[in-house]
Write a protein that binds this ligand. Structure first.
Ligand code: BGC
Length: 419
């Protein structure tokens, strides 16, 4: 198994002191993110123009690579060399890991002035705080457990949008017979795990998902339900094409957009791609909860952590960035492009499409009734080293025809304990 160093070991390994660059322009805000696909870039542009409208200069620090693995590697090396950006797209428990290193700024002043505690759902604000202080600001809530489909392709195959896994395989078989790629997939470990967690949620339910993947209970990881989840997951691979390995997620979405493929299991950043291509939801493409997950919601919250910066102008620019991100205008504009829904509560949704409206309703309903679960694939649930180890196992299982579900279960139990 590949070893995944914790953030602490990476930072300690570098002898360089954590000095921050003061050489950059006054009022400049450098922002690290990985939003480089069509829809993502449009959303990032909304952030840039918001900052420029406030008179600050924007230094774009984009590191391509879906899921952000490449961006996180670059960020670590920038921080250890004493040159952190003002803000970086960091999410979930990783925020706490970075804060524990003492490199993040306390932005309570901005949060108090803006009343963030009342504007954010608790499930969101909890993640943005370290020891009770805000160290990050949320831009959105993505739902991960979606299925995207091309209605023309389904029609050609005589298939319907599946609501459970049995129906999914019926539709996939029909698409295959019609000469189409049933499932557009990109074989990268975070994409494999994105599919895997939707299967786990659909086959096992939210309680199983939480016990097995979030709490990492060895008995649940070794249960008959987990065996069924793994078998179902592996069956999905039979309906992907042979060029899937290494493919970027947005290229997989493009296959559905063009009608070469029928379906894709992916979070709603995929909707940003459909929209950027001028496609209309409900007409040119369909969004549906991933099979068997209509009453559940896997959340993935994008947020920006603020690094300690020196100089009044830089601090001001950083504070303005944090405040701007929470403004209703920004939350609307950004999320209309990104495919996600605003993180801020009580936003008007009239400009949003039906996929976003459904997401917004399901987010609220599942928060009340149970069924709201964090995404492991997208850094919401477990320490980064554990996440990396679990992703390795799941991708090895996906790619190795000889690995049995039982083997994968044993390995998952070990991965879940990685320190
Ligand atoms: C991020 C999204 C991003 C997606 C693909 C996810 O982990 O939360 O904002 O669009 O990866 O890069």
């Amino acid at each position: 198994m590949t070893r995944h160093p914790t953030l602490r070991t990476t930072l300690l390994a570098a002898a360089a002191p954590l000095l921050f660059s003061t050489a950059a322009l006054a009022g400049e805000v450098e922002v690290l993110h990985w939003w480089t696909s069509g829809g993502e870039a449009k959303a990032a542009a909304a952030l840039k123009s918001t900052m420029q409208a406030k008179g600050h200069s924007w230094k774009d620090f984009a590191v391509a690579g879906g899921g952000g693995d490449a961006a996180m590697t670059v960020l670590k090396s920038r921080v250890v060399s004493g040159n952190a950006p003002a803000a970086a797209q960091i999410k979930g428990p990783s925020l706490q890991e970075w804060a524990a290193e003492g490199v993040l700024a306390n932005i309570d002043g901005v949060a108090k002035a803006g009343g963030w505690d009342t504007l954010l759902p608790k499930v969101v604000s909890d993640v943005m705080k370290y020891k009770g202080n805000y160290i990050a600001v949320p831009v959105n809530v993505h739902r991960v457990n979606w299925l995207w489909a091309n209605p023309e392709a389904l029609k050609k195959a005589g298939a319907k949008v599946p609501t459970n896994w049995d129906e999914f395989f019926v539709a996939a078989e029909a698409l295959k017979k019609a000469g189409l790629v049933p499932v557009a997939h990109g074989g990268q470990n975070w994409q494999d795990f994105t599919t895997f967690e939707s299967v786990a949620l659909g086959v096992g339910g939210a309680e199983f998902y939480t016990k097995a993947l979030v709490m990492r209970d060895p008995a649940t990881l070794g249960s008959a339900t987990m065996e069924k989840v793994l078998a179902t997951f592996k069956r999905v691979k039979d309906y992907t094409d042979k060029n899937a390995s290494g493919r970027d997620w947005n290229l997989a979405t493009a296959m559905v957009i063009r009608g070469e493929a029928g379906m894709q299991l992916m979070g709603d950043w995929a909707k940003g791609e459909f929209l950027a291509a001028g496609k209309v939801p409900g007409k040119d493409f369909v969004c549906a909860a991933a099979p068997g997950t209509a009453k559940a919601f896997t959340f993935n919250i994008d947020s920006f952590a603020m690094f300690k910066v020196k100089g009044d102008d830089k601090v001001k620019a950083q504070n303005d960035l944090a405040a701007a991100i929470m403004s209703p205008e920004f939350q609307e504009l950004f999320n209309l492009n990104k495919g996600s829904i605003p993180a801020r509560l009580s936003m008007k949704m009239d400009k949003f499409d039906d996929c976003a409206k459904l997401s917004s309703k399901d987010f609220v309903d599942t928060a009340k009734g149970g069924g709201l679960v964090p995404s492991i694939a997208h850094g919401m649930a477990v320490p980064s080293a554990v996440e990396g180890a679990m992703k390795d196992v799941v991708s090895q299982f996906w790619n190795d025809p000889k690995m049995s579900a039982k083997d994968a279960m044993t390995r998952l139990v070990s991965a879940a304990k990685v320190k």
